[in-house]
Design a protein around this ligand. Structure first.
Ligand SMILES: Nc1ncnc2c1ncn2[C@@H]1O[C@H](COP(=O)(O)OP(=O)(O)OP(=O)(O)O)[C@@H](O)[C@H]1O
Length: 251
């Protein structure tokens, strides 16, 4: 997908935690269809930006527009319903349920609002096609019957991704999707993100720079709460200010 119009725009987004400016005037444009990374040294404000976007935290000043609509003061659930969804925001994996059951529950929540225990087996079975399609999308079609607790770590993360995709995000926020993974799982998850991004926009916080280099169209570098640089990986990785922020010395 060629990145297009802006799906998300922040203007001068600022968060003051009792005198400490964790986010300072961040104006960020995420283009439709892009895989956009937010990187930066520890404490740069990446998580706070995510919390502002999902409305877990209210900005001190500035605005957030999603799909052209001002969501600056909306509630997290409203924002999620409009399609701005953070992985693990709503979905949680139930360990004793099978992979398929987990995705079915996520689909029910997305469609029905509340978890309706009284739904018949037959009604649940109707969700199976969609649930199986989502499992296939994350490469777990052979694991449908396996209880989530028995899946290895990388597959559990893939299942979490499937339960998030059940919410039909237009913009998927991923918070360090490869954190804590071994080399093999990192490659697999990167491939899953690439696939998921074929029909969606992705904004991710990621510390693994080779993953960012291989996956992301646009990279915004934050430092001390402000945007330091933005561009392709090739551009930002040779920017002396970025090198200095990461290495702590001029290039
Ligand atoms: N609720 C809070 N109250 C006060 N300070 C906070 C709060 N949340 C975050 N901060 C501070 O804001 C700064 C930015 O934190 P944030 O977690 O957004 O950075 P980050 O870029 O996500 O870092 P990391 O890569 O380590 O996760 C840090 O100095 C942090 O201590």
């Amino acid at each position: 997908m060629v990145p297009g119009d802006a799906i998300l725009e922040t203007r001068e987004l600022t968060k003051d935690f009792g005198g400490f400016l964790a986010v300072k005037g961040v104006s960020l444009t995420v283009r439709r269809g892009a895989i956009h990374a937010l990187i930066g040294p520890n404490g740069a404000g990446k998580t706070t930006v995510f919390n502002l976007l999902t409305r877990f935290v209210s900005p001190t000043s500035g605005t957030i527009h999603f799909e052209g609509r001002d969501i600056t003061r909306e509630r997290p659930a409203q924002v999620a319903r409009q399609g701005l969804v953070r992985s693990f925001q709503i979905s949680a994996v139930f360990p004793s349920l099978s992979a398929l059951e987990n995705v079915r529950v996520a689909l029910q929540r997305a469609r029905g609002g509340t978890f309706r225990f009284w739904r018949s087996e037959r009604a649940l079975a109707e969700l199976d096609d969609r649930a199986r399609a989502l499992l296939a999308e994350v490469g777990l079609e052979q694991k449908a019957a396996v209880p989530a607790v028995e899946l290895p770590y990388g597959q559990k993360r893939a299942l979490e991704l499937a339960t998030t995709l059940a919410l039909e995000p237009a913009l998927l926020l991923l918070d360090e999707p490869t954190q804590g993974m071994g080399h093999e799982d990192v490659g697999r998850v990167a491939e899953l993100i690439r696939r998921a991004a074929q029909r969606r926009t992705v904004l991710m916080v990621e510390h693994n720079l080779p993953v960012v280099a291989g996956l992301c169209d646009v990279i915004t570098v934050l430092q001390r709460g402000a945007v330091l640089a933005e561009g392709s990986y090739a551009e930002v990785s040779r920017d002396p200010r970025v090198l200095e922020a990461y290495i702590g010395a001029p290039a």
